[in-house]
Design a protein around this ligand. Structure first.
Ligand code: NAD
Length: 286
């Protein structure tokens, strides 16, 4: 079984981006800039934001981190987004999710100028992706596709089964695989007879947010398995594939698997950096 090493590819993407940014700064006289807005102090979100900030710093993207208290009102957050939308120096805007419960996530995501939408979650970018047009693509699905392509995993004509239908991962992943000419099945918590469908997946992408669902007998022999999940079990970071009983059988049956950590996570960050540079280039070209 092959390990799809997202950490190594992410490192490679970052070093290529660093060279490109160096060139772009000389050409346009300023560095790309991402503004990350974090509302509240959720430990997981804080850790993701720090990792994104560190990666920006490593490759020459300016990272403007706005830390807002949990009690920030929706209007205050929207007012900040308007300022960032109109700031000529800000290329990408990322509002870290989840937002506090008193704030409507959809209203906030829609308020971001879709041309600065570094996470690709604005309805305009969702629509452009669905039309196979020039969208800013959500970072996790984009990173997964980059990893599959870098590893020469054939996609055209393959049956791709996506487990999970979130706006963040499952739905854009399915759209992206469709765009790449896979035949796509999307499964979710109300799917009947999940094993019947997962057994058909030549590429199986699992993004449900809890471990122990997938067992070896639910897998097609030779499947490429992408594990998106991030879960904490006994203080250890594990994916959705983590299964104390038969993880070794899964590994024997699959042709390739993404590890957790070191698989999809680093690719998500690399794709965010790519999105920021892409937005910057589009803005500089206008
Ligand atoms: P979500 O909670 O929004 O969606 C989970 C989806 O899984 C839902 O569509 C639900 O229908 C489906 N699901 C839940 N239980 C199921 C079951 N028993 N059978 C079939 N489907 C089931 O989560 P999300 O935002 O899509 O994230 C999923 C996981 O991926 C989480 O662990 C999250 O932390 C992780 N994640 C990782 C990265 C990364 O960079 N590695 C990025 C985003 C999300």
């Amino acid at each position: 079984m092959k390990i799809l090493n997202g950490a190594a590819l992410s490192k490679k993407i970052k070093s290529v981006l660093a060279i490109e940014i160096d060139y772009l700064v000389k050409k346009h006289g300023r560095a790309p800039k991402l503004c990350i807005v974090l509302t509240g102090d959720d430990p997981a979100s804080t850790s993701y934001v720090k990792s994104k900030q560190k990666s920006c710093n490593e490759i020459g993207i300016l990272c403007d981190l706005r830390l807002l208290p949990y009690a920030t009102s929706q209007d205050e957050l929207l007012a900040l987004i308007e300022v960032l939308n109109n700031d000529p120096e800000t290329d990408g805007i990322l509002v870290q999710l989840p937002l506090p419960k008193h704030i409507d996530q959809n209203v906030v995501l829609q308020a971001i100028d879709y041309k600065k939408d570094a996470d690709g979650l604005h309805p305009m970018n969702v629509g452009l992706l669905n039309r196979s047009d020039d969208a800013i693509i959500p970072c996790t699905p984009k990173g997964i596709l980059s990893l599959l392509k870098a590893e020469d995993i054939p996609i055209t004509g393959k049956h791709c089964v996506v487990i999970g239908r979130s706006n963040l991962v499952g739905k854009p992943m399915a759209q992206l695989m469709l765009r790449e000419n896979a035949s796509v099945t999307v499964c979710h918590s109300k799917t009947r007879d999940l094993p019947h469908l997962t057994r058909q997946g030549e590429i199986l992408i699992i993004a449900i947010g809890h471990p122990n669902l997938l067992h070896a007998d639910m897998l097609k022999k030779g499947a490429v398995v992408v594990d998106v999940g991030i879960n904490s079990v006994d203080g250890k970071l594990v994916g959705d594939l983590y299964n104390s009983i038969d993880v070794q059988d899964i590994e024997k049956k699959a042709a390739a698997i993404t590890p957790v950590p070191g698989g999809v996570g680093p690719m998500t960050v690399a794709s965010l950096l790519e999105n920021v540079v892409e937005i910057y280039k589009r803005r500089c070209a206008v």
